[in-house]
Ligand binder design. Structure first.
Ligand code: NAD
Length: 328
């Protein structure tokens, strides 16, 4: 089996690439190493795949690079490349979202349709729901009313998928709900909390901490994507949520218990575009893919906390050897 993964150097993409390669797939990763966060972090995400003969990496921008050669042998496609984050999508930052989310997705669908690719699994987001009137959110019933320009781009990607599905391209949109775990993006709350809990900068809590998220461990998110690539029947969009809701204050308390000391927190006003709650019904993914989330929040937090701690210790060791090198 062969797959092309866009955004393969990112958080979710690198885990997915590792999982597919471990299962015997041939994988081509495409990533522009966009400056949203450090290139070194993205290179580190791919460290486990260096020298792996079943994996090759194309450094390219999906919004501009010719795609027909990459897709000539009609691979399965997972399209994860995007400019993520809610806050940055307001103001002039929106330009980048137009490029990386809308233009890149339209070009990918266009090229996949003309190559005759059998399926495109692409990243949508729980942010398409905005503040819902009732929870959990259902794919078929809950209106999509994004509260940020980022959410609007994800909603528009779903609309683009409908257009190309109508032209014969099978597509499935994964509405991911707050994915966390090792390699999580540095802008995301759990990553920043784990940094604060292990001696890094204080965590900036935006709002009163009562905002609730349906946290999804990256292994569960990846498992859903793998199943969506190969399932006989696919729905056009699926909620992919961990099913264990928690408020930010609850997560802060839990991490404090796990580390044995309160996480240092600074408070700021509510962030623009932030929704009160996310929670998705995952019945469709469970029935259609034979998938269910397996990682409990406490266990999942432990995996990210350990990863953050290991990184910090590796940095300290590197600093010490640098100083020792200078002294000698
Ligand atoms: P990430 O930023 O870690 O990964 C995205 C990758 O895409 C990056 O490596 C980046 O360099 C690459 N990229 C961006 N624009 C590109 C372009 N034009 N061409 C080629 N590569 C490009 O983000 P992530 O958290 O792994 O998210 C993956 C996808 O899942 C995104 O589409 C995101 O919107 C979506 N999503 C993520 C979450 C979450 O909680 N992490 C939740 C909902 C949706």
């Amino acid at each position: 089996m062969r797959a092309v993964i866009t955004g393969s150097a990112g958080f979710i993409g690198s885990h997915l690439a590792e999982r597919l390669v471990a299962e015997g797939w041939w994988v081509t990763g495409v990533d522009s190493f966009s400056p949203f966060y450090a290139t070194a972090d993205k290179e580190a995400n791919l460290a486990g795949l260096v020298g792996e003969r079943r994996f090759d990496l194309v450094r390219a921008d999906v919004a501009t690079t010719p795609l027909h050669k990459l897709l000539a042998d009609r691979p399965l496609i997972v399209h994860l490349a995007a400019q993520p984050g809610v806050l940055g999508s307001f103001g002039t930052g929106f330009n980048q979202y137009l490029q990386d989310n809308l233009l890149a997705t339209q070009r990918l669908f266009e090229a996949a349709a003309s190559a005759g690719c059998p399926r495109v699994v692409y990243a949508s987001s729980s942010s398409v729901y905005g503040d819902a009137e009732a929870y959990p959110c259902f794919e078929d019933y809950t209106p999509t009313r994004p509260r940020s320009p980022y959410g609007v781009t994800k909603q528009a990607c779903e609309k683009l998928a409908e257009v190309y599905a109508g032209m014969g391209l099978p597509t499935v949109g994964m509405r991911f709900f707050t994915v966390y775990g090792p390699r999580q993006r540095p802008d995301m709350a759990i990553r920043r909390l784990c940094e604060a809990a292990t001696g890094g900068p204080h965590f900036t809590l935006r709002g009163d901490g009562s905002q609730i998220r349906d946290f999804t461990h990256v292994h569960d998110a990846v498992d859903a994507v793998v199943k969506a690539l190969t399932a006989d029947h696919i729905d056009p969009v699926l909620n992919i949520g961990g099913g264990e809701e928690a408020s930010m204050l609850e997560v802060i308390r839990l991490l404090g218990q796990m580390t044995g000391r309160a996480v240092p927190v600074e408070r700021q006003a509510t962030q623009i575009g932030d929704v009160r709650r996310t929670a998705g019904d995952t019945g469709k993914a469970r029935r259609g893919l034979g998938w269910r989330p397996r990682v409990a929040l406490r266990d999942g937090l432990r995996t990210e906390l350990d990863w953050v701690r290991e990184r910090r210790e590796a940095d300290v060791t590197a600093d010490i050897s640098l100083i020792a090198g200078r002294a000698s």
